[in-house]
Ligand binder design. Sequence first.
Ligand code: NAP
Length: 498
Amino acid sequence: MIAPGSALQEDIVTADLTTLAGIEAPTGLLIGGQWSTGRAGTLPVINPATEDALTEVADASPEDAIDAVGAAAQALPAWAATPPRERGEILRRAFELMKQRSEQIARLMVLENGKALKDARSEALYSAEFFRWYAEEAVRIDGSLTIAPSGANRIMAIRQPVGVSVLITPWNFPAAMATRKIGPALAAGCTVILKPAKETPLTALAVASILAEAGVPDGVVNVLTTNKAGPLTQAMLADPRVRKLSFTGSTEVGRLLLKQAAETVTNCSMELGGNAPFLVFDDADLDAAVDGAMVAKMRNGGEACTAANRFYVHERVADEFAAKLTARMAALRVGPGLDDGTDLGPLVNSDTRSKVASLVETATQDGAAVLTGGHAPDRLGYFYQPTVLDRVPAGAGILAEEIFGPVAPIVRFASQDEAITLANDTEYGLVSYLYSQDLRRCLQVAEALEAGMIGVNRGVVSDPAAPFGGVKQSGLGREGAHEGLVEFTETKYIAVDW
Ligand code: NAP
């Protein structure tokens, strides 16, 4: 149970509950409405602020995964036939429960992910909003009826649920990445198997308990926590009962899964990596640009696919922008996420911190100047200091790779065309940000940037009602908005003669 005193349905309360900082979170696999142990034993969940194990969760094997596919396939016909209004009402109840328990969910996320409580609180509410949005979208599954050009018949197109859906999520937004997939899948009438990242299984299990409490029938939402993502996912994708893969994670793993899905021609939606440019023109409101930069860079401690990864600043305002950004970054308080006043918690694990440290080291060897930070503090936990690098040379590795940490590299440009060329010089195309007070320039540049989303004088673009997704190697398809629902449907064309 998530909140003290809140009753879960009897059949999902098992001995597999662990109490963490006053929160009881399930630790078993959820298959067909039953919590169970994993055939592969257990795996530890680590607190990145202390490097200690918080608890153990069930470790699913490929056989467990096939059981989950079976449960989802069995539950599919009844769920697909459940009136959209009823599906929407269940999602609405899940929204209310998530909102009521947002503080507990936020604290759970801090424990297993490390993020600062203020980031976790906003994620808990943001994630609940996907249930509200898709509760509303469940009753807007549209189709079309047109007259054939010949006039001989009618062309009717209806949308039907795509079917059993495998949902794979990353650790950086453990609640929101799950609800952004589960919400539209359930609204469309699909049943799901959620496989969260091994670093953050507890939040996913807590979200699943809330859905069960909200009235989601057994087998509609199944959850597999595992240390063996590769073999487990391969087994599910090879099963012809699985008709959809919705993946959020790195481009590297996304490419691998697309190849596997090709074998069974499984429908795929991919939300992959980003390398967001943040452009500041010489006519920008610099204070607003620094505010936006802090959000775009430091939301979630820099561990966001939408994180500003490269700051391109016009040479006339670069010194002032760099000084203001440095002052703000240096003032951030680094510490355990649960401490009051912490702005920046630890990174999620040791590998992530090593990658950040190595990107900074290489950039400074290449000639970048460290304006603040530039190292990990001498303390337990996977912390890294907020860092600003100036005069980063074009071609530096840090501009080509996702940093996924609290590091802001600044590059200077001389003209609008140069800024656009630099911004588009990447295989990624998730989001771009730009700051200028000239509306004409804003719109011209927004059209020229190769990205699925553009923040114009804004450092954040995420909104459940907006189509979220990337172009180029940042992904396929969209989440959120009406598009997110359509991703979980297939169009059936019925030729009618009457
Ligand atoms: P990741 O390593 O690609 O992992 C993502 C998920 O894939 C995890 O659940 C992981 O499980 C699983 N996975 C890893 N290898 C797999 C395999 N061989 N077969 C099947 N599943 C596999 O990414 P991450 O490090 O968790 O997350 C960070 C990445 O996600 C960044 O690139 C970020 O940009 C991207 N992201 C994108 C969006 C978006 O909307 N575009 C949003 C958030 C994050 P394990 O945990 O067990 O390895």
